[in-house]
Ligand binder design. Structure first.
Ligand SMILES: [Ca+2]
Ligand SMILES: [Ca+2]
Length: 469
């Protein structure tokens, strides 16, 4: 266990990184406000009595207590969560063989206190971060609890038909047909296009609602034409994600059009989420395979926009907005134009550091339209998912649709739609002065800490550290 002993200074460095941007801690001076590094050093000496046992949980707990005392509930909750996770990862840090009984008892008390502090600090952080209600929470809960909107029926291919491969001529014809499409979501990949008289349909694969990673990803969208491919509908989200469990075949002996339905030949190649790792060092496994199938997609299901807000019901299901309410968060901006459809917009939030943080997820910001929020442009298909505290986003105007979910909502959405990996804003706090902010973020296998400072009304970003696993 000598190796774990060397981890204390590393962890203390981390703690100091977290708390240093908040000079109120060491500088507050008054009775009981001991400088944090001195206290951590004292704790380190004390913990060394356990003869090199890993005690990062204890150090995190002490730091959480100090952050709590200093009035930073978000930092306290973050550190208390780390203390609990560390304890869970190494459940017996205080129980080496031969440890004297008083120290063993102390270890048990520590474990109890860590659990209690985690509960208390998370409660305090929630109370401090979200004054009033969070309209987004109710909308997301309803969306996640509703039955799937269009579970397209799966059928075996009719007798006598079997899967075919596309010819070079078919591929070229499909590309030519789609060349006239004016607007496509993201960077779509044409999967299949077919014309029947004046009607044409194209299936494309796009990461817009199903964020791509190094693992093959994306969802299927349909484009429709009624004039032989001269003009096309806006892309329609199908709610079908590649490998979850279907993969659309690039050609089929079964015609795509069947009246007001599309018959989409697919095969099952269902990804095993347990085989996903970051970085992708393991081979992605397929847990179920089947061929010779087609899905029956009713055009009415693809185009239905029950509340007329510009987002189809299928799109709203994926974005977790309310398909029966044109303005899910009630801020006056309809969902089709609202860059944050789950966060009511509020003017005057000091949101600049958060904008800089969002840029890591390739999200920019737009200026408030001269005519007011009613003049926001309609947003195209692209959406970014972010995991964090919705209340922080209230004053932002991102340049694309941003869906902010809590960790619990994100987990529930991944269980429903398949794994996806948002930008996680694990911690975002401003100090008492309002002129400094600190953030911890991660996205797939990258992450980092950022410090921000405001001088003369201008926020400046200072990268504290970044990691790649
Ligand atoms: Ca709608
Ligand atoms: Ca709205």
């Amino acid at each position: 266990m000598t190796g774990s002993g060397r981890r204390y200074p590393i962890f203390l460095l981390f703690v100091s990184f977290v708390l240093q941007p908040f000079p109120a801690l060491p500088e507050s001076g008054g009775a009981g406000a001991a400088p944090i590094l001195d206290t951590c050093k004292a704790a380190n000496t004390f913990l060394a009595v356990t003869d090199g046992q890993d005690a990062t949980s204890a150090v995190a707990d002490i730091a959480a207590g100090m952050a709590e005392r200093e009035g930073y509930p978000a930092i306290a909750a973050y550190l208390a969560r780390r203390a609990a996770l560390q304890l869970a990862a190494d459940p017996a840090p205080w129980q080496p063989a031969g440890l004297p009984a008083p120290l063993l008892a102390q270890g048990r008390r520590l474990a109890t206190r860590i659990a209690a502090r985690r509960q208390e600090t998370e409660k305090a952080a929630r109370a401090g971060a979200a004054p009033g209600t969070d309209p987004g929470a109710a909308v997301v809960a309803r969306s996640l609890g509703a039955p799937r909107f269009a579970p397209f029926a799966e059928h075996p291919l009719p007798a006598g038909l079997s899967p075919v491969e596309p010819t070079a001529a078919q591929k070229a014809a499909g590309q030519a047909l789609l060349a006239t499409a004016r607007r496509l979501p993201g960077e779509p990949e044409l999967v299949r296009a077919e014309r029947q008289g004046l009607r044409a349909a194209a299936l494309v694969l796009s990461p817009d609602y199903d964020p791509g990673t190094e693992i093959s990803s994306g969802g299927y969208w349909v484009l429709l034409s009624e004039d032989g491919g001269r003009t096309w509908s806006a892309p329609l989200y199908t709610g079908l994600r590649i490998h979850t469990p279907y993969v659309v075949r690039a050609a089929s002996a079964l015609p795509l059009f069947a009246g007001d339905h599309l018959q989409v030949e697919v095969e099952v190649r269902e990804l095993d989420p347990a085989s996903i790792s970051f970085p992708p060092v393991r081979e992605i496994r397929v847990k179920r395979q089947a061929r010779g199938l087609y899905l029956d997609l009713r055009l009415a299901d693809l185009t239905r926009d029950t509340d007329g807000d510009g987002l189809t019901d299928l799109a709203e299901e994926r974005l977790l907005t309310d398909p029966r309410r044109p303005d899910s968060d009630g801020d006056g901006i309809p969902d089709g134009r609202d860059p944050l459809p789950l966060v009511p917009w509020r003017a005057g939030q000091p949101a600049m550091p958060l904008s800089a943080l969002l840029a890591i997820g390739a999200v920019g910001k737009q200026a408030l339209p001269a005519g007011g929020l009613q003049h926001l442009p309609a947003l195209d298909g692209e959406a970014r998912f972010v995991q964090g505290d919705r209340a922080l986003f209230a004053g932002l105007l991102p340049d694309r649709r941003v869906i902010v979910l809590t960790p619990a909502e994100q987990a529930a959405a991944a269980a429903r739609f398949g794994p996806f990996f948002p930008l996680e804003i694990t911690l975002f706090v401003r100090d008492r002065s309002g002129h400094r902010a600190f953030a911890v973020w991660s996205i797939t296998w990258r992450g980092g800490k950022l410090r921000f400072e405001e001088r003369g009304g201008v926020w400046r970003e200072v990268s504290v550290g970044e990691w790649i696993s």
